[in-house]
Ligand binder design. Structure first.
Ligand code: UD1
Length: 397
């Protein structure tokens, strides 16, 4: 059997790594390996810190094929991916195309596979926010409508697929593949030092360093305030709805500026899209100069996991972080009106709440989150063995 699996953007790498390992383990048990696997990277994310760093972290072999798509409008990214991926499919003729998540690569490659009459499997099927203004929701709907095999992370996703009329033979509840990576990475991440992560990744703001050495490299200059577990917040935002609208981004930034303090800093690994927008709206320098905000470069997987493990509260619009917070028990606030991951909300036993971009609600939820204690939760089958179940489902289909 020949399988092509596809990655395109940062949140795909932690989902495909366990799948690649599951194929390797499967082949290793046989005297003659019976799965040929080809990894295709569309190249949507291309900076070292957004892509290659994760291949290194997970010891993933380099992609066999990189389509080199890069930045662009949605139509450009999807269209160019389809044109390039079609050539790969015609040359390789795989039995299966496996796509993960909800990025533009997921959409483009599932459509191309089906047009070439190739079976398609979607890992992380059935998530629905109901919000058609999110590019990811469009990607999910199209990919799930076309895929032959839908591997769902939780019972809500299974219900969504059923209610859309997908027959049960095409759906398998397999659990959350990203949690395979989290479970494997926990021991290594827990050994890391928060202050080293900060000094290695901080975007230079000399006010964070001791005065005597502030004009030399941050690596040799100690942080003025040592950051301690449970005494900091982490921010990650990148969704167009939060960062592309000047009013929304400005009000979020005002909240961060009013609330962050040197003794309770906000650590903010900043996504390239967000950095660009902070700059465009004239907010970047003010954030950079704030003594309570530490702007960091995009972090590697282990560093981000370590910050999450020690955070008192996490403010995010990322889907993956909502899930990781739930498993680690970190109280979190989703800076969105809705979520495709209801299993992560306190309402359903998770550790998060929704605040949208309503600043009054955000203020009260932030206060409440400071009083919530860490309560790890594992939804059914989020057990670190999802990748094996995914491969089994493909082999049995
Ligand atoms: C994409 C995904 C989103 C995912 C997110 C995680 C889609 C529709 N969206 O959004 O689901 O949660 O990735 O990061 O696929 N850029 C760089 N360097 C890079 C990558 C991007 O500078 O390595 C810049 C691009 O030039 C672009 C901006 O960041 O201007 C946004 O990148 P884009 O690929 O449009 O999507 P994301 O916002 O990252």
């Amino acid at each position: 059997m020949k399988i092509i699996s596809v990655v395109g953007a940062r949140p795909n790498f932690m989902k495909i790594a366990p799948f690649v390992k599951a194929i390797k383990a499967h082949n290793a048990k046989l005297s003659i390996p019976n799965i040929e696997h080809i990894l295709v990277h569309t190249g949507q994310h291309y900076d070292h810190r957004m892509s290659k760093a994760f291949f290194d972290d997970f010891e993933l072999p380099d992609a066999d094929i990189n389509l080199g798509i890069g930045s662009g409008t949605h139509a450009e990214q999807v269209g160019q991916t389809m044109i390039s991926f079609e050539k790969v499919l015609k040359a390789e003729k795989p039995d299966w195309v496996v796509v993960v998540g909800d990025v533009n690569a997921t959409l483009a490659c599932s459509v191309t596979a089906k047009k070439e009459w190739i079976k398609c499997c979607h890992i992380e099927a059935g998530l629905r926010s109901g919000d058609m203004t999110m590019p990811e929701e469009i990607n999910r709907l199209v990919t799930d409508r076309l895929s032959d095999l839908l591997l769902a992370p939780d019972i809500f996703s299974v219900q969504n697929l059923r209610s859309e009329g997908v027959p049960d033979q095409r759906i398998r509840l397999v659990g959350n593949i990203m949690i395979d990576t989290l479970e494997e990475s926990r021991p290594k991440a827990s050994q890391l030092d928060i202050n080293k992560i900060i000094t290695d990744n901080i975007i230079n703001n000399s006010s964070h360093f001791s005065p005597l050495t502030s004009n030399i490299s941050p690596l040799t200059s100690p942080l003025r305030e040592k950051v301690e577990d449970e005494k900091y917040a982490v921010i990650t935002i990148h969704r167009p709805s939060n960062v592309d609208d000047k009013e929304v981004l400005t009000s979020l930034v005002r909240f961060f500026i009013e609330t962050a303090k040197p003794e309770f800093p906000f650590l903010w690994p900043v996504h390239p899209r967000t950095k660009k927008q902070l700059d465009a709206f004239g907010l970047y320098q003010e954030v950079l100069d704030h003594p309570g905000i530490m702007l960091l470069e995009p972090l590697g997987y282990y560093d981000m996991l370590r910050l999450n493990m020690g955070a008192k509260v996490l403010l995010t619009d990322s889907g993956g972080l909502q899930e990781e917070c739930t498993v680690l028990g970190t109280p979190f606030i989703t800076l969105r009106q809705n979520t495709e991951r209801p299993v992560t909300l306190t309402l359903h036993g998770g550790s998060g709440v929704l605040a949208g971009s309503d600043i009054n609600l955000l203020k009260s939820e932030f206060k409440a989150a400071l009083n919530r204690s860490r309560m790890p939760v594992k939804p059914p089958l989020w057990d670190g063995k999802t990748a094996e179940r995914c491969l089994k489902a493909i082999l049995e289909f």
